[in-house]
Design a protein around this ligand. Structure first.
Ligand code: FUB
Length: 312
């Protein structure tokens, strides 16, 4: 299988996106977009890209056509989280049994002594208001070297939910119990399974297509021009994951710092889009990040073609 998936089989020929919204597709500085489909609508939940002390809220954007977007301000604020003060990052939305869950990281425990980590909020509607479900983080320590940030939640076809997460060059997967607010264990009794692929930095994301599991992640420094997205494929949601290719990177004619992605499949089609953030070429402030999306195409063997960023 690995021979089949070698980088040489990934066609490097860029294809121009057919996205019509134009990039950035919404106004404002935002980053780390994670997309979900709720009740026939696309919902994007991003980080508010501003200094950590001002990252006290999350906004969301909804659309029926990926072209016209409605802003929903303050779907989650730190006023509704007892333990989080600021640095609310990288929301991950998922629905289960009519409840809408929003996983988030807060307080940047890498650089602060306050309690921090990955929390979970829940709402009855996609637009919230989301309320802290636990009154404390779900994960508040480093495990296997992974900073508890940049979570993504994936529910497999058998109903098992997994959370992929980790900053600081380490990537873990954990099982979520059906309540979506507590951690399960793997068959060997462990809770945190390290799956770090080559060059991993942060921003892991999982999706499934034709029975294959795709792990995507970001490489490079988040404020640098070379921030980029790579991926691996596996027959199992827990890996092993071996890097196949870098599929999204800066383009000196378009934008720099393109990374921290999510993926959506248009229902009933084999049309896929990658959502990500990027920085305008003229911007030097690391937080000046904008939301973009482009078509993502697959080769016949399931590998992902390199993505051409849409100019506008
Ligand atoms: O937006 C805050 C942080 O920057 C995210 O957690 C990282 O993935 C990077 O995008």
């Amino acid at each position: 299988l690995l021979a089949m998936l070698s980088p040489s089989t990934a066609v490097a020929l860029p294809e121009y996106s057919t996205a019509e919204a134009g990039n950035p597709f919404v106004d404002g500085w935002y980053a780390d977009p994670d997309i979900a489909i709720y009740d026939g609508k696309y919902w994007v939940f991003p980080t508010a890209s501003k200094p950590y002390a001002e990252q006290t809220h999350l906004d969301a954007f909804s659309s029926t056509d990926l072209i016209h977007w409605t802003k929903h301000s303050n779907v989650l604020t730190t006023a509704d989280i007892t333990w989080a003060k600021y640095a609310v990052w990288a929301p991950a939305p998922v629905e289960r049994d009519g409840k809408y869950y929003l996983y988030f990281a807060a307080n940047d425990i890498q650089n602060n002594s306050q309690l921090g980590g990955i929390g979970v909020a829940v709402a009855d509607r996609p637009e919230g208001p989301y309320k802290d479900a636990l009154g404390k983080p779900l994960i508040s320590q480093f495990h296997n070297g992974a900073q508890p940030i940049d979570q993504d939640v994936f529910i497999d076809d058998d109903g098992q939910a997994y959370m992929y997460y980790g900053g600081w060059h380490h990537n873990n997967v954990v099982k979520l119990n059906p309540d979506m607010t507590s951690l399960g264990t793997f068959d060997d009794g462990s809770t945190y399974k390290e799956i770090t692929p080559e060059n991993y930095v942060e921003g892991s994301y999982m999706f499934k297509r034709n029975g294959k599991y795709y792990l995507m992640w970001s490489e490079g420094g988040w404020t640098g021009p070379d921030y980029s997205v790579s991926y691996a494929m596996s027959d199992s949601p827990t890996g092993p994951f071996q890097k196949i290719d870098k599929v999204l990177a800066q383009d000196p004619a378009v934008a720099k710092g393109s990374g921290h992605n999510s993926v959506v499949n248009v229902p009933g089609t084999d049309t896929w889009y990658i959502f990500y953030h990027r920085r305008p070429l003229s911007e030097t402030d690391g937080n000046h990040r904008q939301l973009a999306y482009d078509r993502m195409y697959f080769n016949p063997d399931g590998t992902i073609r390199r993505i051409a960023m849409q100019v506008k």
